[in-house]
Design a protein around this ligand. Structure first.
Ligand code: AGP
Length: 606
């Protein structure tokens, strides 16, 4: 959702704030704004513009004020359209207090009526503006103590939020708060940072502090004080950011997504380090496996597709029943969940609200939580009993690629680990599978070396109105993932189907020239034979078929060859050409690859 940055220190704030916003723009790009104090007690200098950060940057020039603190925001609109007026920061009526917000304030209507009745004048349609007026009154009630005011205000808010505020009476101070929405502190030398994500300040410091639920943080260049809403000072939880600053740069690639596609071999290798060939014994420490009768994987979007693949592997190897649930649906159907249920939330960001709420629901009913996450210190792992971190590094492009592939690896590691625990698979089998896993980085590299013709081929379909993806077994979730990638990047109608379901309806969609991608990785299997029949069926009705396979597919018009691997591991190789198709189609159609319309990387609202 929105990206938030605060800086107070020795530099001119405009530079680190804009640099942070640039790195956080993946979180939302409907509008952007910045607030900077220009003199004690003076109205703040505020600039904000609808559209991407570039629009805001164009309005800034050498005459923009120099100041040692400031806050900035890049927005993904919820309440109020993406206009200049609705862009953050929002101001109190004196223009001295500025506030930026990520999340949704559910009780903003009642707050707004109350504040309007008191004489506050509103200028936007946002939920956020109610908070800045409320904070303004609370600050006065606390004799200018912004942190105390923030604590009072948070206690009155319903919903989810990260808030940052700055007042020109105390220009070096920035106060932040969070509930169900991310906020981290960057600890510098004579300078401190607040941001939605460490990427915002990674070039300045690798020291970060976690903030818990309903905590308020008060920073100046030389101090950081964290309190709960009662005002008790809390000990800081510091951690070192392991990501390299260059990981958050495009590094010569035309888009982050392309770079991230090419980083997949390394991401897989890094995720396997210390977890295979005898080093996996502690994978689930913290979890009481002996009493687990059922596993429920909860996730959203691409992570959900990783979970679907996980079901095949975990059930087959462990003999434990696995359900995979869309996080947004899970808690609203009163699912059967108790101490014997192991919940596996999968989330790249660790902040997806649907996943977090589903997980909390299960936890409150006694379930144990073993999360799979890519973001250290984020909320989902913090609230879990145990975590398996994927080591994909920062994923900046909105469309998930390397995070997905490492989530698949996590599923296999968990399946093999549980299989040993239940005794369904032998140590020899596990060793063999670990060897197969260890070969995947090279095999993905091979796929990447041979996808060039696919890029030209994809462009032939740039004007198609629809593209269909077919697969069976683990090829089915792979097909779903291929379709999701294409939708979000190419804005093209796309659907993934189980091959066997075609005849039950979807085949009616096939017309002359409809492109169909058939995921049929291992040719010599029964499933590939069945898929070959599906290919014949769609081709007979005019479809142009691109098969993803390790061998010849005579019925297909085009074959993209991938190396062989164990059936359950094939999504790792088969998904790569699908990512390339989506990427190339987006480029061919002139779309913004890294920041597709209407989307945001981390979805922190329900
Ligand atoms: C995938 O390309 C998406 N951008 C989206 O579906 C994403 O996977 C989903 O929102 C879940 O995010 P998470 O992994 O951060 O929880």
């Amino acid at each position: 959702m929105c990206g938030i940055v605060g800086y107070t220190g020795k530099s001119s704030a405009l530079t680190p704030v804009l640099e942070g916003l640039r790195r956080l723009e993946y979180r939302g790009y409907d509008s952007a704004g910045i607030a900077i104090p220009v003199g004690i007690g003076q109205p703040l200098w505020v600039e904000k513009r609808a559209g991407k950060l570039g629009n805001l940057e164009q309005t800034l020039d050498g005459t923009s004020p120099q100041s040692h603190s400031g806050i900035g925001h890049t927005r993904w609109a919820t309440h109020g359209g993406p206009t200049d007026r609705n862009a953050h920061p929002h101001l109190d009526n004196e223009g001295k207090l500025a506030l930026i917000h990520n999340g949704i304030i559910e009780n903003y209507v009642e707050l707004r009526s109350e504040l309007e009745a008191k004489g506050h004048h509103f200028v936007s349609e946002t939920d956020t503006e109610s908070v800045v007026h409320l904070l303004s009154d609370a600050r006065k009630a606390h004799d200018g103590d912004l942190a105390a005011a923030m604590r009072d205000v948070c206690a009155r808010l319903r919903g989810s939020f990260t808030l940052l505020a700055i007042h020109s009476d105390d220009p070096d101070r920035i106060v932040g708060a969070r509930r169900n929405s991310p906020l981290v502190v960057g600890v510098g030398d004579g300078e401190n940072f607040l941001a939605s994500d460490v990427a915002a300040f990674i070039t300045h410091t690798k020291r970060a502090l976690e903030l818990g639920q309903d905590e308020v943080v008060d920073i100046t260049p030389t101090s950081i004080v964290i309190t709960n809403l009662a005002g008790d000072v809390l000990p800081p939880h510091e951690y070192e950011i392991s990501w390299d600053a260059s990981a958050a740069e495009r590094g010569g690639f035309s888009h982050f997504m392309l770079k991230e596609i090419y980083e997949q071999p390394k991401a897989i290798a890094d995720t396997l380090i210390g977890r295979i060939n005898g080093f996996d014994a502690h994978l689930t420490s913290g979890i009481d496996l002996a009493h687990i009768k059922k596993i429920v994987i909860i996730a959203a979007g691409t992570a959900f597709h990783a979970g679907l693949v996980g079901k095949y592997a975990i059930e087959q190897w462990s003999g434990l029943a696995v359900e995979v649930e869309l996080a947004s649906e899970y808690r609203y159907r009163e699912p059967i969940v108790d101490r014997t249920t192991l919940i596996i939330p999968i989330s790249q960001s660790g902040e997806t609200m649907d996943t977090l709420m589903a997980m909390r629901y299960a936890k409150s009913h006694g379930a144990q939580i073993f999360s799979v996450c890519n973001t250290n210190g984020s909320t989902i792992p913090r609230e879990s009993d145990a975590v398996l971190y994927t080591i994909a590094g920062p994923e900046i492009a909105v469309a998930s690629t390397k995070a997905f592939i490492t989530q698949l690896i996590a599923m296999y590691l968990i399946g093999l680990h549980l299989g040993q625990f239940t005794g369904v698979i032998t140590a020899e089998f596990v060793a063999q599978m670990h060897d197969e896993l260890a070969e995947l980085p090279d095999k993905v590299e091979q796929v990447l070396e041979t996808v060039e013709p696919l890029r030209t081929l994809t462009r032939q379909f740039k004007d198609s109105s629809s593209m269909l993806f077919l697969g069976r077994h683990v090829g089915f979730p792979t097909a779903l993932e291929g379709a999701l990638k294409l939708k979000e990047l190419a804005y093209m109608h796309a659907e993934g189907f189980a091959g066997g379901e075609l005849k039950h309806g979807p085949i009616a969609l096939i017309d002359i020239g409809t492109p169909v991608v058939a995921v049929m990785p291992n040719v010599d299997t029964l499933l590939a034979e069945k898929m070959a029949s599906n290919v014949q069926e769609v081709k007979a009705r005019g479809a142009v078929v691109i098969a993803i396979s390790n061998g010849e597919v005579p019925a297909a018009n085009h074959v993209i060859r991938i190396p062989s691997t164990h059936d359950l591991l094939t999504p790792v190789l088969a998904v790569v050409p699908l990512q390339v198709i989506a990427y190339e189609m987006a480029v061919a159609r002139g779309n913004d690859v890294d920041q597709p319309r209407n989307l945001a990387k981390s979805v922190t609202v329900e």
